[in-house]
Design a protein around this ligand. Structure first.
Ligand code: BES
Ligand code: MN
Ligand code: ZN
Length: 505
């Protein structure tokens, strides 16, 4: 979907559909919606008083305006979208509404649409933020993964072009900057979705590494991919243990963005879990729903995708993305429950359950980041089924050892609409990870499953300010929810971009 910005009177715009809006409870519309109402001889006001248009969130009313009575009014149709109550209105409402509109326009067969910026009037949202949310809602909400659907000929194509119309010349620059950011954020999140939706037979560690290298070369990032022999030299025994059960070679991916080259210590490391298929290994998962484990590289996808937007938007700090990519398979050479491995930092780990593999790969990715001088670490991982039990599939649990960094992550996640909630790293639950034979055990029992996993990672983060985001429940959805379409959500790609933008401003 191409996005354009024009300064114009809305009633004079050439489009198949012009999208305007209405807050709940407003009986006589003002602003651009008011101008349209006037041009249509009070038609919108009449539909409000008739009760057809109420302004409730996501309500859409299509009015056909190709009528000689509306001479001088150029849009062929007008879509009035409800914004809900002005009290609960924010950029996330704009994303939600824009996603619903984008899908409605597609179903209606619209090719050229025009829209006003929702919320920049009486909604009181700053025009560039409102525009960014509008663009994100439109691009994320119309996402589909159609690559392997070859026979359905009746499917409606996407809206070809969306023109944002604004009458006030003074707002155009802000709107244009919102478009630039909205496009970068959405393209990155949709890239993460593509990688997660890709089946495991098409997304080996080498495929993920190739995508990362392409993102790097197209956006001026540096990229390094370590092979098994390199990883062995570095002593990443925990990562190697996971990888040894399957034939597809591991790839350790490291992308670097230098936004403050003179101050290498001004850095943030984004570490994503990159299990390209998690069978569970010898502790084999049950068959039902195992196919979803193609998405066990969702953290890696998010950090690689975030780097694309970070490279484009250029915050003033150094950002590194790391993904220790591998399958977790039960082959004849697989590691066994009871094995002991040694991580890069020298700590020994008893493998209690080979299905708790993500924390093992993260342990060595963190060891690597620390060996390179990481000042701050944010890891993102589809780590525990227990995350869904704790918080459901709308909120990702967050853990961390540094209040400032945790709060920065929570604030950015709220701003972009990717809900997160902090859970405690309490000392009682931590004891569940103790091993009788090694420094640590890779499981901590059923109670507090997300917490024991986080404690395990915390032991490797040590003193480095660190935050862990468990996206096991939020990375894929069964059905569409607002701008998050069914399948991969791409969460928390936009939170990571926003975090980098905020830390490097
Ligand atoms: N990748 C899974 C976690 C997961 C489960 C992600 C469901 C998405 C949906 C992870 O590697 C795993 O298997 N975790 C185990 C840990 C257990 C063995 C301690 C789990 O959650 O059951
Ligand atoms: Mn697992
Ligand atoms: Zn896993």
């Amino acid at each position: 979907m191409e996005i354009a910005v024009v300064q114009s009177d809305v009633t004079k715009i050439q489009a198949d559909v012009l999208v305007v809006n209405l807050f709940e409870g407003v009986t006589s519309p003002g602003g651009a919606t008011g101008a349209v109402d006037t041009a249509l001889g009070g038609l919108i006001s009449e539909l409000i008083s008739d009760g057809e248009i109420t302004g409730s969130l996501n309500e859409t009313t299509l009015i056909h305006t190709l009528n000689p009575a509306y001479e001088g009014f150029t849009p062929a149709r007008v879509l009035v979208v409800g914004l809900g109550s002005n009290d609960s209105f924010d950029t996330n409402a704009i994303r939600r509404v824009s996603a619903a509109v984008a899908r409605k326009l597609r179903i209606s067969g619209v090719k050229y649409a025009a829209t006003i910026v929702h919320g920049a009037g009486i909604g009181n949202v700053e025009p560039s933020a409102a525009t960014q949310a509008l663009v994100e809602g439109s691009l994320l909400g119309s996402y589909r993964f159609l690559k392997y659907r070859t026979t359905d000929k009746k499917r409606k194509p996407d809206v070809a072009k969306l023109t944002i119309v604004e009458a006030d010349a003074g707002k155009i620059a802000a709107i244009e900057s919102g478009v630039t950011r909205g496009q970068a954020y959405s393209a990155a999140e949709n890239l993460a979705r593509d990688l997660v939706n890709e089946p495991a037979n098409k997304m080996a560690p080498s495929d993920l590494a190739n995508v990362a290298s392409t993102v790097a070369s197209e956006n001026g990032l540096s990229s390094v991919v370590l092979e098994e022999s390199d990883v062995a030299k570095l002593g990443m025994g925990a990562y190697l243990g996971v990888s040894q059960g399957g034939p597809r070679p591991l790839k350790f991916i490291h992308l670097t963005y230098e936004g403050d080259a003179g101050n290498p210590e001004n850095n943030m490391w984004l570490i994503g879990k990159g299990i390209t298929f998690d069978s569970g290994g010898i502790s084999l998962k049950p068959g039902l729903g195992m196919g979803k484990m193609k998405g066990d590289m969702g953290g890696g996808a998010a950090v690689i995708a975030a780097m694309q937007a970070i490279a484009q938007l250029k915050p003033n700090l150094n950002v590194h993305a790391v993904c220790a990519a591998t399958d977790n398979m039960p082959g004849g050479s697989a590691q066994r429950p009871g094995d002991v491995v040694t991580a890069m930092n020298g700590m020994t780990i008893e493998i209690d359950n080979t299905d708790a593999e993500g924390r093992l790969t993260l342990a060595d990715a963190i060891g690597y980041a620390q060996s390179k001088g990481a000042a701050k670490i944010v890891d993102v991982a589809t780590l525990t089924g227990a995350a869904r039990i704790a918080l459901g599939d709308g909120v990702s649990p967050v853990f961390g050892n540094d209040d400032d960094l945790v709060n920065a992550v929570l604030e950015t996640s709220e701003a972009v609409g990717e809900s997160m909630w902090r859970l405690p790293l309490d000392p009682v639950t931590k004891r569940q990870n103790s091993s009788k034979i090694a420094d640590l055990k890779n499981t901590g029992g059923r109670a507090g499953g997300s917490t024991t996993a986080a404690h395990f990672i915390a032991d490797f983060a040590g003193e480095t300010p660190w935050v862990h985001i468990d996206i096991a429940a939020t990375s894929m959805l069964d059905s569409t929810r607002g701008w998050m379409t069914a399948g991969a959500t791409g969460v928390p790609t936009r939170s990571l971009i926003e975090l980098a933008m905020k830390m490097g401003n």
